[in-house]
Design a protein around this ligand. Structure first.
Ligand code: FES
Ligand SMILES: [Fe+2]
Length: 381
């Protein structure tokens, strides 16, 4: 005999309903996510899975970027195998054409087209060199919620950028980005300075996430900061970070020669990084990791931004190695749970906040689902 079903008293359906409001997914849908770097989107359709949904991204010849479900509504062929035309994308199978809005424009050999014969369209905003997509309830897609990344397209800020595909739950990458004590150990040749484990950030929650700030004075610069700032001695280091729920990490970091007057980040001669890590779950277990790194160098040199990219690529490969290894260990025995230490504070706060968003989405979904499909009818007899 297997485990018997529990018997429920009449008072228990409420508890049961609440239990059923626990998120069945780890993916938050009502948020702006980066679907692609803008330069990735062209007249050649790009197939990408985002939050478990297959999406095709393309750009019409007039420059308009669009995102549609990657499934023709006729015989379900992927639209990403199709051809972009002036006003839309034509399915490669039987030639049906769809506008960037998802509306069907043409069915070869058929005059009448039902308005219901269409494909799903996703809100898409091109801004700051990035394509932001909204995978959730379209009526909530407010572009003013998109995080400001304008440094990425400011000529005064040469920018490096990149992309990694992770075989890992996006939440493990959030954990990594919100605990910089790992820099000293994972990034010995790139981002490390020895002070991180003893320099816990100040953390301040706000309605859209948390802010972290950290100042470290009189420290050896990390290899990356030493190169970017051409420093020869000790530096004063700062970072001002924002975790924007659910998955955007903003990190304004920098160094300046140690010992000057006033706050380090306001002093002349500093090396500034305006980094953004932009995580988009591909599935529950895999993640698209986009990053941009606009820089301001105290002594500009045309090669420096290329060297920054090499440094970040190296460092992020180090993160990927440890996080994907961690994911494999966790997957091998999900019954084993991590134990906490004090430097987990920020990541625990964001995990809690994201969990709250998931529960709110589950509750909203339950509110539109008929009650008899929410409350189970009872144990099998
Ligand atoms: S499957 Fe797309 S036109 Fe037939
Ligand atoms: Fe790292």
């Amino acid at each position: 005999m297997g485990q018997p079903w529990p018997h429920h008293s009449p008072a228990e359906p409420i508890a049961l309903q609440l239990e059923l409001l626990r998120p069945m997914t780890t993916l938050i849908r009502n948020a702006w996510y980066v679907a692609a770097h803008a330069h990735e989107c062209s007249e050649t359709p790009l197939a990408r899975t985002l939050l478990g949904e297959k999406v095709v991204l393309f750009r019409t010849p007039d420059g308009q970027a669009a995102a549609l479900e990657d499934r023709c509504c006729h015989r379900l062929a992927p639209l990403s195998k199709g051809d972009v035309e002036a006003d839309g994308i034509r399915c490669r199978y039987h030639g049906i054409k769809f506008a960037p809005s998802g509306q069907c424009l043409e069915i070869p050999g058929q005059d009448r087209i039902s308005p219901k014969f269409c494909v799903k369209h996703f809100p898409l905003v091109e801004r700051d060199g990035l394509l932001w997509i909204w995978m959730g309830e379209a009526s909530q897609a407010d572009p003013s919620l998109i995080v400001d990344c304008h440094w990425n397209v400011d000529p005064a800020w040469p920018a490096a950028h990149g992309y990694l595909h992770y075989q890992a739950d996006y939440r493990l990458i959030i954990d990594n980005l919100l605990d910089f004590t790992h820099l000293t150990f994972v990034h010995r040749t790139t981002l490390a300075n020895n002070a991180f484990p003893n320099a816990q950030p100040d953390i301040e929650p706000f309605e859209r996430g948390i802010r972290l700030s950290r100042d470290i004075e009189g420290v050896d610069p990390s290899p990356l900061h030493k190169m970017g700032g051409d420093f020869t001695g000790k530096v004063d280091f700062w970072n001002r970070q924002v975790w924007w729920l659910p998955t955007v990490f903003e990190n304004w970091a920098g160094s300046v020669d140690a010992g000057g007057e006033g706050p380090a980040h306001e002093r002349p001669g500093g090396f500034h990084l305006r980094h953004f890590s932009l995580l988009t779950p591909e599935t529950e277990h895999t993640t698209h990791y986009f990053w941009i790194q606009p820089c301001s160098f105290p002594k500009p040199h045309s090669d420096l931004i290329k060297k920054v990219k090499i440094g970040i690529d190296t460092a992020f490969a180090e993160d990927k190695d440890i996080i994907e290894s961690q994911q494999r260990v966790m997957a091998a025995d999900p019954s084993i749970h991590p134990k906490g230490i004090s430097s987990d504070k920020a990541l625990n706060m964001v995990r809690f906040m994201n969990e709250r968003l998931l529960k709110a989405e589950a509750a909203a979904l339950a509110a539109v689902v008929p009650a008899d499909s929410v409350v189970p009818s009872g144990p099998p007899r």
